[in-house]
Design a protein. Structure first.
Length: 527
């Protein structure tokens, strides 16, 4: 099989300019929730809790998100994507004087990000501007870590901008691209005064007012957001690739509701990711959880749940509190992925939980078996040495799902393949769809699957029982050649010859991948 992989890779290299398919990420978690400060509805990549503190302000009692990101990194997470959402909230304003008279209207700026911890300051000068040019000025805007400090977190400088509404480099237009401020209200008729001329501040900066507001407790509508405005969960459509999505509880007492979870699950399907859910706070005993799961409304091979919730010291309150389990589980999954490939059945059983964590409920061996049958995993914080290793499950009941749907390893392999192949073949959009292109695509995808086969990603020793790749006139006839290119691949995830089949479509402006049912020998028209 190694010889076949080398042969396909060499043929690919000789006959096509595209590189071999890169392997998609496998352990990045996206978070969404309330934060102390930072950009709103803007996916931000972080690599440590120090990054979170710098951008979003660190631990904050009203923010379950802040505790979740901390637990994620403490349990081994290496990279995450964070989206801050707000319910209301108001950014601070900043006033720059334009004159000394009582009737002189100031230039008022307002921060982009809401919150009481957004500390801004601005300075104006006329350096390099002709004395006869009374309209132009230079502006420097800074964000400070704390009020009155000289620790500058961000700075923007704008040269030769105009206060006049219709002028080139008009202030309102220039600041439309700022990540710190916007113009608030009407522009004054004259430019702001040079900083320091009327100020007693040593640096000559005007500081923002104490009129920011943190907003109210989040609702499900804030989490969901709006598709047209790319807010809330819909902002993640513009995020870098992620593999898991976790929504922390909305507050200490309020679980994430089903409407938000359903939107999140749909988004995960679009992004080849999985949704990690917390067990409801009311499931305080394993028996009550097992009983409640019989009527649990959300079932999917793209969802995961870990029981029980966690109990740990809240460093801000100084006593133990209950926390959701999803963030710690995501961190452990990141560690497991670093040790074993995504198709490995290895779980989190032997991975260490953070010292001091406890389970909020006791789970017996029999409870663990019953929870697994319902599609729920048990965190190792409650595991006795004798507990059975059942393999991590997706949130599907055992009686109603096929083996490849029930087990996390099979589902992660499928998502990994879908994401890698869809992204790795986007180069085809730049080519004319013809038999030569179809052949190059088949070779590229086959070489990728052969390499994985050599690493024992599939279940059989025979390639024909592990995968197939189709990209020919049956998918790309004359009527379709101008609209992009299609390919189909199938992989056996749990049993030789039983294929999960996916359709990859590359069309101008969009690429997609989805699961389909198809006879690979006949290949009927796909909708």
């Amino acid at each position: 099989m190694a010889e076949l992989a080398v042969s396909s890779a060499q043929t690919l290299q000789e006959h096509s300019p595209q590189a071999a398919i890169a392997r998609a990420s496998a352990a990045v978690t996206a978070f969404i929730g309330r934060a102390l400060k930072g950009p709103v509805n803007q996916p931000t990549v972080l690599h440590s809790f120090d990054d979170y503190q710098r951008v979003f302000g660190g631990l904050w009692q009203p923010s379950a998100l802040s505790y979740a990101v901390e637990q994620y990194f403490e349990h081994g997470g290496q990279e995450c994507v964070v989206v801050r959402v707000c319910n209301g909230g108001r950014a601070p304003t900043l006033r720059l004087p334009t004159g000394t008279g009582a009737d002189a209207a100031p230039l008022t700026l307002v921060g982009v990000a809401p919150g009481t911890r957004e500390f801004l300051r601005a300075a104006v000068d006329y350096d390099g501007i002709d004395a006869a040019d009374s309209d132009r000025f230079n502006l420097v805007v800074q964000r400070l870590r704390t009020a009155g400090s000289e620790f500058i977190e961000a700075q923007e400088s704008y040269r030769r901008i105009s206060i006049q509404a219709g002028a080139e480099r008009n202030l309102s237009g220039v600041l439309a691209g700022s990540k710190l401020v916007r113009v608030f209200g009407e522009l004054p008729p004259t430019r702001p005064l040079r900083s320091g001329a009327q100020s007693v501040q040593a640096a000559g900066y005007a500081c923002s007012n104490a009129d920011g507001d943190d907003g109210d407790e989040l609702s499900h509508y804030d989490i969901i957001g709006q598709a047209e405005a790319s807010t809330g969960l819909f902002s993640l459509r513009n995020a870098p690739a992620f593999n898991f999505l976790y929504i922390p509880p909305l507050s200490r007492e309020l679980d994430v509701g089903l409407p938000a979870l359903l939107v999140a699950l749909r988004l995960c399907r679009e992004r080849q990711a999985m949704l990690i859910l917390d067990p409801p706070g009311a499931w305080t005993h394993a028996a009550s959880a097992i009983e409640a799961l019989r009527g649990w409304p959300l079932r999917s091979e793209d969802a995961l749940m870990f029981y029980p919730r966690l109990r740990a010291l809240d460093r801000l309150r100084g006593h133990e509190e209950n926390f959701g389990s999803g963030a710690a589980a995501a961190g452990l999954l990141a560690v497991a992925t670093a040790r074993s490939p995504v198709w490995s059945a290895a779980g989190v059983d032997e991975l260490p939980m953070r010292a001091g964590l406890k389970g909020s409920a006791f789970v017996t061996d029999l409870d663990q078996i019953r929870l697994a049958q319902a599609g729920v995993n048990v965190l190792p914080v409650t595991r006795a040495l004798a507990q059975p290793r059942l393999g991590l499950r997706t949130l599907l009941p055992e009686a109603a799902a096929r083996g490849e749907e029930r087990y996390l390893s099979a589902r992660r392999l499928a998502l990994f393949l879908m994401s890698s192949i869809e992204r790795g073949t986007r180069w085809a959009l730049l080519e004319h769809s013809d038999p030569a292109l179809w052949s190059r695509l088949r070779l590229q995808v086959t070489a990728f699957l052969e390499a994985l086969e050599d690493e024992d990603a599939f279940v059989s020793a025979k390639p024909e029982e592990n995968y197939f790749v189709i990209c020919d006139e049956r998918l790309n006839g004359e009527s379709r050649s101008a609209a992009g290119v299609r390919l189909v691949f199938g992989v056996a995830l749990s049993r030789p010859g039983e294929f999960r089949t996916c359709l990859v479509e590359h069309q101008p402006g969009a690429s997609s991948v989805r699961t389909v049912s198809v006879n690979r020998f006949a290949l009927p028209e796909l909708g």
